[in-house]
Ligand binder design. Structure first.
Ligand code: SF4
Ligand code: SF4
Ligand code: FES
Length: 573
């Protein structure tokens, strides 16, 4: 147990925790400004912004002896008997001098800089800088350099080297380096070897100033206009914690939310830029029913009862559950379908998989499985049925003609069904397809008379437009219902490591779209508004696998394996 005194606060730190002085001060709400230190990177102690006074208390006499020189808080471990002063005149002068040194050569870019409003240099200058400028003011704007996935405003850099260490230690790709020396130091890449890796977007978040900027976000929105909401990335089975940043129901960027048990401080580029489909004009936005060769747009007020009676008349039912559904949605949909047909087949929808898992030296993994909730949906199906039917096994069943009604909950970001597979649904009498985009299983864009285009959304790849000439033409669905996108939903996902995380909705869906959860809630005849937390509580009470989710859910989510280990032989999956 170490007892450290920081500005009169006594802090007790357990032996198992190893903190530096910056982290120890945070425990009592004291900010020690810093540029080069980051908890996810090695310590270099180069910026000198974190200088503090340090001394030691003699355990016998209680007398405190302070060092003559200031010490960097980032590279000083908090140890027993240590006395730290962060607000003396000496410390204030040192900080002001560091700020003055940095601003001597800094461009006057704040009005046009993406980082303005969340820039450490700006903030620290107002808090710790000095009022007057002693050097001549030479207004200039920064040189801009394309270094690959992101853009570098060379003169805005404060040479903290976070980006260089990230590329060396976390992505392990080593593209970035420091060139030249002294006042001429610059960040750069070697010609022909640009910054190009699946974690590259993190250097923008790491950069304490506006030197490294995101090409996707550049000049699109001022940061003070945006609201941020906690979310979960649905790009793959890793399930990174993210912030969804939006203004007036339009997402402008996704950024990592610290979760040391899942993604630490990082996210991959696929996840970071994987939101454009949410605002794609090609999305389905109103429910429709096919009537022979034409379609009829439907009204949500009467649709639930119509769907229920059509499915009741159909006979044997099946439901295809997408691994993009939340735990709550999958549970409600299974319950609804089983309420109509106790023998209804519960089928796990196609699992989108691309290549192999991508591992990085810093411990980050991008999963090959490109969906957020296979584990959660599997556990729900296992609760309702002795047997999990996989999509491929289900297709021959369809052709035998026994199954008369199918509800397909899709919600895939990319094309997920081909013509051969879709044709196997032809014998189904009542086919309800709920999806984000028109598919070969749906009603088809041409039938409705609407033209649509759909962007391809894979990582940071430019969006190519694809027109209706190439795609859906089908007249398969009896009902085509628009699905909500990930940021429009309220619910929980279980990642590849059995960690359940819940996320509230961040934006409202486009007019005409109703979230899956609220539709299933009504179909089950539940009163009032859809309440995802109430559904999760119900799931946690009924299904052992989810029992750990019954209590309060921390921001980092909850490990569902904990209760399974305690009840190993009673496990449901
Ligand atoms: S570009 Fe940003 S992160 Fe990289 S050294 Fe400069 S200030 Fe630091
Ligand atoms: S690793 Fe997966 S969950 Fe994490 S940001 Fe990338 S796509 Fe999203
Ligand atoms: S944060 Fe300590 S020297 Fe930079």
């Amino acid at each position: 147990m170490a007892v450290v005194t920081i500005d009169q606060h006594e802090i007790t730190i357990p032996d198992a925790r190893r903190l530096n002085v910056i982290e120890a001060a945070r425990l009592v709400g004291i900010e020690i400004p810093h540029y080069c230190w980051h908890p996810g990177l090695s310590v270099v102690g180069s910026c000198r912004m974190c200088l503090v006074e340090m001394g030691r208390r003699d355990p016998r006499t209680g007398k405190v002896e302070m060092l003559e020189k200031l010490v960097p808080a980032c590279s000083t471990p908090a140890q027993d008997g240590m006395v730290i002063v962060t607000d003396s005149e000496k410390v204030r002068r040192a900080r002001a001098m560091v700020e003055e040194g940095l601003l001597l050569r800094h461009p006057i870019d704040c009005p046009i800089c993406d980082k303005a409003g969340e820039c450490s240099l700006q903030d620290f200058h107002f808090k710790y800088g000095q009022g007057e400028r002693r050097a001549d003011l030479r207004p200039f704007t920064s040189r801009r350099r394309d270094v690959g996935d992101v853009t570098l405003f060379v003169d805005r850099c404060v040479m903290c080297s976070r980006c260089v260490r990230f590329a060396a230690e976390v992505s392990g790709t080593h593209e970035l380096m420091v060139t030249r020396r002294g006042a001429r130091e610059e960040i750069d890449v070697v010609d022909g070897f640009p910054l190009a890796n699946n974690l590259s977007g993190n250097v923008v978040d790491l950069c304490p100033v506006g030197a490294l900027c995101d090409k996707d976000f550049l000049y699109r929105q001022r940061v003070w206009y945006m609201r941020k909401h906690p979310g979960v990335c649905t790009g793959c089975a890793t399930g990174c914690s993210i912030w969804v940043e939006e203004n007036q129901d339009r997402i402008y960027r996704l950024r990592p939310r610290e979760n040391r048990l899942v993604n630490k401080w990082w996210i991959c580029n696929e996840g970071r830029y994987g939101y454009h489909h949410v605002h794609d004009p090609g999305r389905l936005i109103r429910p429709r029913r096919r009537e022979g060769e034409s379609t009829i747009e439907l009204d949500w007020t009467t649709l639930p009862s119509e769907l229920e009676s059509r499915l009741k008349r159909a006979g044997r039912l099946a439901v295809v559950l997408s691994p993009h559904l939340t735990v709550e949605e999958a549970y409600l949909l299974c319950k609804f379908v089983r309420q109509i047909d106790r023998q209804a087949a519960l089928v796990l929808g196609p699992i989108p998989t691309v290549g192999a898992d991508e591992h990085f030296p810093g411990g980050f993994t991008v999963s090959a499985e490109k969906c957020p909730n296979r584990r959660g949906v599997e556990a729900i199906v296992a609760h309702f049925s002795d047997r999990m039917t996989m999509f491929e096994e289900f297709l021959p069943e369809l052709e035998r003609g026994r199954i008369r009604g199918v509800w397909v909950a899709g919600g895939y970001k990319t094309d997920w069904i081909d013509e051969t597979t879709a044709r196997r649904f032809d014998a189904v009498e009542v086919l309800v397809v709920q999806d984000l985009f028109p598919s070969l299983l749906g009603i088809g864009a041409e039938i409705g008379g609407a033209r649509f285009h759909r962007a391809r959304h894979v990582g940071n790849v430019p969006h190519s437009q694809r027109h209706v000439g190439n795609v859906p033409h089908s007249q398969r669905a009896t009902y085509e219902l628009p699905a909500a996108a990930f940021a429009e939903r309220n619910g929980s996902y279980v990642n590849r490591g059995d960690r359940l995380q819940s996320a509230p909705w961040a934006i409202r869906p486009p007019a005409g779209v109703r979230t899956e959860g609220s539709l299933f809630w009504e179909l089950l005849g539940r009163a009032g508004l859809y309440d995802a937390r109430a559904v999760l509580n119900e799931v946690a009470r009924e299904i052992l696998y989810f029992s750990a989710a019954l209590g309060p859910l921390p921001d980092v989510g909850i490990d569902l394996k904990v209760n399974l280990l305690a009840n190993d032989d009673k496990s449901t999956i």
